[in-house]
Design a protein. Structure first.
Length: 229
């Protein structure tokens, strides 16, 4: 009888111990799962925060050039032209002058600025308009004999603008930005530039490609800053 009682007591104790071990194991497993779930939820929350931040940044990110600042050291001594009607500015070299040209030609409104060299021999014209408007940016109606060739590009408002030279008998007669019949695009704007000579004595002889004024023309256009958006 005593042996049987001891056996029953031992069985009860063993059962209790086994139940305790099983319960502890179950608790640990459950706790581990909860910790993993919490970790997963934290990761998901972090990912959602990143997505929300990215969407918010995309909404405020500009899709057009903002007001830009050029390096003053590059244009030391240069003057500033500002077009308050269109909303932009350009730098031009000392000794040069400028003239605003606006009006109507052949039933279409035009507006552009012409920068003239000290001897009024070379000129650079530039016009800018908002996309979707009908403003004409040049009064040029034709060209002399010759071919068009791309030669490099410049950066205007963060956009690459192809330079196109008008070549006749191996000599450059004019340089267009980007071409004689098209406008370049920068954000919400379209622009057009030209570098040429005012009144050539002989069309066959002059060549614009190697003149110092050609480099100045590039620099004038690269100084474009939008002041009104």
């Amino acid at each position: 009888m005593k042996k049987r009682m001891r056996f029953l007591i031992a069985a009860v104790v063993a059962g209790a111990l086994l139940a305790g071990v099983s319960g502890g194991t179950a608790y640990l497993i459950t706790a581990g799962l909860k910790n993993q779930e919490i970790k997963d939820l934290k990761n998901q929350i972090g990912a959602l925060k990143n997505d929300i931040a990215s969407e918010a940044a995309a909404k405020v990110a500009p899709d057009k050039p903002q007001k830009e600042e050029i390096n003053p050291a590059e244009y030391e001594g240069w003057d500033t032209f500002t077009d308050d009607v269109i909303g932009y500015s350009l730098r031009y070299p000392p000794g040069w002058t400028y003239e605003i040209n606006d009006g109507e030609f052949d039933g279409k409104a035009f507006r552009y600025v012409a920068f003239m060299g000290p001897a009024n021999e070379y000129y650079v014209t530039f016009g800018l308009r908002k996309k979707g408007t009908d403003l004409t940016l040049t009064e040029r109606t034709g060209l002399g004999a010759g071919d068009f060739e791309n030669f490099g590009s410049i950066t205007v408002l963060g956009e690459k603008v192809t330079r196109v030279k008008h070549v006749y008998k191996g000599k450059v007669k004019a340089v267009f930005y980007p071409s004689a019949s098209g406008y370049f695009t920068a954000g919400d704007f379209e622009g057009f530039g030209e570098f040429s000579i005012t009144a050539p004595a002989t069309y066959d002889t002059y060549n614009l490609q190697d003149t110092p004024e050609s480099a100045l023309a590039d620099k004038i256009l690269k100084s474009l800053v939008i002041i009104s958006l």
